[in-house]
Design a binder for this molecule. Structure first.
Ligand SMILES: Nc1ncnc2c1ncn2[C@@H]1O[C@H](COP(=O)(O)O)[C@@H](OP(=O)(O)O)[C@H]1O
Ligand SMILES: [Mg+2]
Ligand SMILES: [Mg+2]
Ligand SMILES: [Mg+2]
Length: 349
């Protein structure tokens, strides 16, 4: 967003609305009270909950209300297909009432959505994205498995402009805004629940979800891998490969396993030095799993590359066109990590 979109005042207002929605709608009530009946299994056997759907509906609604002059194109994870089935009527009703309660609990908007409105709002996220024009990229709940477990998750929004990510927002309701990493010395006073955001060329910032002055964040400056720690996915990581990479680098600390793009946020604020993402062969990464996180890391002074050292390409549609693996770290460690990655991959074959 730039001055044409209303400037800092509007950005502040949107951050405030989203913070309230993330806290009240997603974190406060739904995560704590999640029931088995609030969870569905998708065709790829991954879970989706009433909170994933509700978050996608609310965010697309806020974007349309706040930026009415924009042509609206959104590449989002969820759609209405499973909710249109006969056996999904109860869950659809629950999503609709959650969305309406959230809107009613807040004085930003005066409206009420029908079940059809909810289905239509979800299908507004079916854009293919691509190299031209502007597209929002939304993961309404990233780390759904972590969300269900009561662990880390993130609400992730990016803006793609002519094939490049130019803006990113990560709402991380369970992440403290400063390090609680034992290796860096813990700070028990840290507030949990953080909103990270970055605009291209303007750096990355964090504020408390409950509201606070935004603070600039920077990636850590560790340049010796022996002093580095690394993040990996809790659910989707080839641990034999990441441990081989860490061993080659001489990393001493055990891996920090965390769900969702909260890993990118933690890395961007210096909680660790490296994020290694290697999933099973044949898995194609989705743009919404990396758009917001990657710009927050690069604007915090870090680098995000694929296993061959190329930048991630978000211009190819709903999937990332990339060589195997994603590596995020600072500019000192990146060459060493890439070398270790290549060696570990060669040995594996
Ligand atoms: N087999 C797999 N390998 C790699 N990533 C996968 C996967 N199955 C699902 N994912 C993606 O991993 C994301 C979670 O990231 P992480 O593994 O870092 O916690 C999921 O996002 P959602 O939870 O939004 O569906 C999903 O898109
Ligand atoms: Mg999912
Ligand atoms: Mg995701
Ligand atoms: Mg998701």
């Amino acid at each position: 967003m730039n001055e044409r979109d209303g400037g800092e005042g509007q950005r502040k207002r949107m951050r405030a609305i989203w913070s309230k929605y993330f806290v009240k709608h997603v974190e406060g009530r739904v995560q704590q009270g999640i029931l088995q009946s609030d969870i569905q299994s998708k065709a790829d056997r991954t879970p989706v909950t009433v909170a994933d759907y509700g978050s996608q509906v609310l965010i697309s609604l806020v974007l349309k209300k706040e930026l009415p002059s924009h042509s609206f194109s959104m590449v989002a994870e969820e759609d209405s297909e499973d909710l249109r089935k006969d056996d999904a009527q109860q869950i659809l009703e629950h999503i609709t009432s959650l969305v309406n309660e959230t809107i009613a609990n807040d004085d930003s908007y005066n409206m009420s959505l029908s079940k059809e409105d909810v289905l239509a709002a979800l299908d507004g996220g079916k854009s293919e994205g691509g190299p031209s024009g502007r597209h929002w990229i939304l993961d309404p709940i990233d780390g759904t498995k972590g969300f269900i477990r009561g662990d880390q998750y993130a609400v992730a929004l990016g803006l793609l402009d002519e094939g490049k990510v130019v803006l990113g927002v990560l709402g991380c309701p369970n992440l403290p805004s400063k390090s609680t990493n034992k290796h860096n010395g813990s700070s028990s006073g840290d507030q949990v629940g953080s909103l990270y955001f970055a605009t291209i060329g303007c750096g990355a910032k964090v504020q408390a979800l409950e509201g606070s002055e935004p603070q600039k964040i920077t990636i850590c400056s560790v340049n010796n891998p022996v002093d580095a720690s690394f993040f990996e996915s809790l659910e989707h990581s080839k641990r034999d490969l990441t441990s081989s990479i860490a061993e080659k680098l001489g990393v001493q600390a055990p891996p920090v396993r965390m769900d969702s793009q909260a890993k990118y946020a933690a890395l961007a604020q210096g909680d660790g030095a490296i994020y290694l993402r290697f999933s099973g062969k044949g898995y194609k990464e989705r743009v919404w799993d990396h758009a917001a996180g990657s710009i927050i890391v690069t604007e915090a002074g870090g680098m995000v590359k694929d296993a061959s050292g190329n930048d991630l390409d978000f211009s190819k549609g709903r999937y990332l066109d990339r060589d195997r693996g994603i590596i995020a770290t600072n500019r000192y460690l990146m060459p060493m990590v890439l070398k270790a990655v290549q060696e570990a991959i060669d040995e594996e074959q």
